[in-house]
Design a binder for this molecule. Structure first.
Ligand code: ADP
Ligand code: ASP
Ligand code: MG
Length: 546
């Protein structure tokens, strides 16, 4: 009868819920249908929640070896006392690079190199299994599962060698093995530690288009499949460990989301499941005022807006995949970046409004591997719609155009793309304009592969007088030539193209000029004595300074 709740069902569900928080293992085996559980919290998108839901993504360095994985297990166990958890995991650090090397060696027919790589990867994973899993039965089971995955990888390499061609689909198949190995390993270790856990391949959850190497999610289908597959696990107190980086087309062909894509996997799932928070666990304290490898004085930012974080990610802050913010922004789900190796620290919180910095500038980022393409010159004078055709071409080539600058006539355009996209963008543009340029001797579509982009990010970068002047003066003092500039399109960034050899000096000087080290550290008190669980408790009750 509509509106009436069967008290028997509520009692059963309540007892299951109470049971779960104390003895999750028995809840898992109780046999009670999870569909009986009532919907106790807001339920916009259909996932029934009893506790806050957190998506926790662990990057490659966080699962680099057995001792790192042990830390990860402790973090998940502490968090699971207060939240339902879905884990998203990357490959062990360096593994994806090795697999891609194997893929390239396959195309070249280099059998020995492939064998060497697989031997090395087997050893590394075997060592982690031996160190982390005590039960012989479980060790054998996971060992066999891994052997099957390695054999699958070897078969893909074999096929590539036979063809003499590395197809995008085979490349995705080979490069995705790292996550497919680390996820069952972590799930087995969690399970052995007493926290019921199950590996779930993202091919079952994340539905994407068929663009291999940079696939885009289809959110409606992803939401449907993620809820259907993960809700029963969550409700039985089982922690799903999902392979990051990977998706599949609607008919099940494996795709990858692009390098560093596990961050994106986490926010895709966070949005699909309407999570209360997504946490990216990594090897630094959070989002810093600049890349610490280039600016040693870089400091932690305690809170930042979606918009600023998205700009930093897009313009090279490797700690976040460029598209990480896209899914969560629409739903307003908070994102946090935290340090696996210092879990007592609260990290960076990314929220809709952020926390405006009085100086106007919040952080700097740089795309080091960039290339500048210029389209223009006398050969193109009189050619119709150069701008429109240029954009249509870069879109068709799936090139991420990081920056554009245009002269007073539309016949001189410069665009900057990442080095990885430079060759195919150049070829596509030359092809598009080949007819117009056929009668010209001079080269009108040219490539400079030695540039970098330096980006200044802050909520008031456009509104605040003098920021552009200060950066030009600072770079002038360092003898850094500004090749191109983009300012004004976004309220919160200003991007400058400089020679790659100058970018480190430019970043260090700009960081000093805007006093980013001083401001950020003053904003963020850290108490390194706090245990992991304390941090979660304080966050829940809202009693922390942050
Ligand atoms: P994970 O393996 O956890 O995904 P990544 O190597 O992809 O980690 O990203 C973390 C790294 O990003 C840090 O070690 C740091 O060197 C680099 N990085 C670049 N820019 C920033 C920034 N602004 N803040 C924090 N880290 C940054
Ligand atoms: N393992 C993948 C990579 O190295 C994805 C990730 O780490 O996020 O690119
Ligand atoms: Mg990463």
């Amino acid at each position: 009868m509509p509106g009436k709740v069967n008290p028997e069902i509520v009692r059963s569900a309540d007892s299951l819920r109470n049971h779960r928080s104390v003895h999750s293992e028995s809840a898992r085996t109780s046999g009670l249908s999870p569909s009986l559980l009532p919907n106790t919290s807001s339920n916009r998108d259909g996932l029934r929640k009893n506790k806050p839901l957190r998506i926790m993504k662990f990057g490659g360095t966080s699962v680099g070896d057995a001792s790192c994985i042990q830390r990860v297990v402790e973090i998940i166990r502490a968090a699971s006392r207060e939240s339902d958890i879905v884990v998203v995991i990357s490959a062990m650090s360096g593994v994806t690079n090795k697999l891609l090397e194997a893929a390239v060696q396959s195309e070249a027919g280099n059998r020995e190199a492939i064998a060497r790589i697989f031997t090395e990867l087997r050893k590394r994973h075997d060592a982690a299994v031996s160190a982390l899993i005590e039960s012989d039965t479980k060790r054998n089971r996971i060992g066999q599962q891994m052997q099957e995955l390695f054999r699958e990888g070897e078969r893909l390499c074999e096929g590539t060698m036979l063809l003499g061609e590395l197809t995008p689909r085979a490349r995705d198949g080979i490069s995705s093995l790292g996550e497919r190995l680390s996820a069952p390993l972590l799930a087995a270790v969690l399970d052995e530690s007493g926290l019921p856990s199950q590996c779930v391949e993202a091919t079952e959850l994340v539905v994407t288009d068929s663009y291999h190497g940079g696939a885009e999610p289809w959110m409606d289908l992803t939401r449907e499949r993620s809820i259907a597959r993960l809700q029963p696990l969550i409700q039985q107190g089982i922690v799903p460990v999902v392979t990051g980086f990977i998706g599949a087309t609607e008919d099940g062909v494996l795709t990858t989301l692009g390098r560093g894509g596990s961050d994106y996997s986490a926010t895709i799932l966070g949005t699909a499941l309407d999570a209360d928070e997504v946490i990216i666990w990594t090897d630094v304290d959070g989002l810093l005022t600049a890349d610490p490898r280039l600016v040693p004085d870089a400091c932690l930012i305690s809170e930042i807006s979606y918009r600023e974080a998205a700009e930093l990610a897009y313009f090279g802050a490797k700690v976040l995949h460029p598209k990480t913010l896209q899914p969560v922004m629409q739903q307003g789900i908070p994102l946090r970046i935290r340090n696996t190796f210092a879990p007592e620290k609260l990290g960076t919180k990314i929220t809709p409004a952020g926390c405006a910095n009085a100086g106007g500038v919040t952080a700097l980022a740089a795309v080091i591997d960039a290339a500048m393409i210029t389209v223009g010159g006398p050969g193109l004078v009189g050619v119709q719609d150069v701008l429109g055709r240029t954009f249509a071409t870069t879109t068709a080539a799936r090139a991420d155009v990081l920056l554009i600058s245009q002269s007073s006539s539309q016949n001189d355009i410069c665009l900057v793309v990442s080095s990885a996209h430079a060759k195919r963008t150049l070829e596509a543009l030359r092809h598009e304009f080949s007819h117009d340029l056929a009668h010209e001797k001079a080269e009108h579509i040219a490539l400079d592969p030695t540039v970098a982009i330096l980006t200044i990010v802050g909520q008031k970068v456009r509104g605040m007088a003098g920021i552009a002047g200060r950066i030009f003066a600072t770079l002038g003092r360092e003898n850094v030539d500004v090749i191109a500039i983009a300012h004004g399109a976004s309220a919160s960034n200003l991007s400058l193209v400089v020679a790659r050899k100058d970018v480190k000096a430019a970043l260090v000087a700009a960081h000093r000029e805007f006093q980013l080290g001083v401001l950020a550290s003053a904003m963020f008190p850290v108490d390194s004595d706090r245990p992991v669980a304390w941090v979660y408790e304080s966050e829940r009750t809202g009693s922390d300074a942050d």
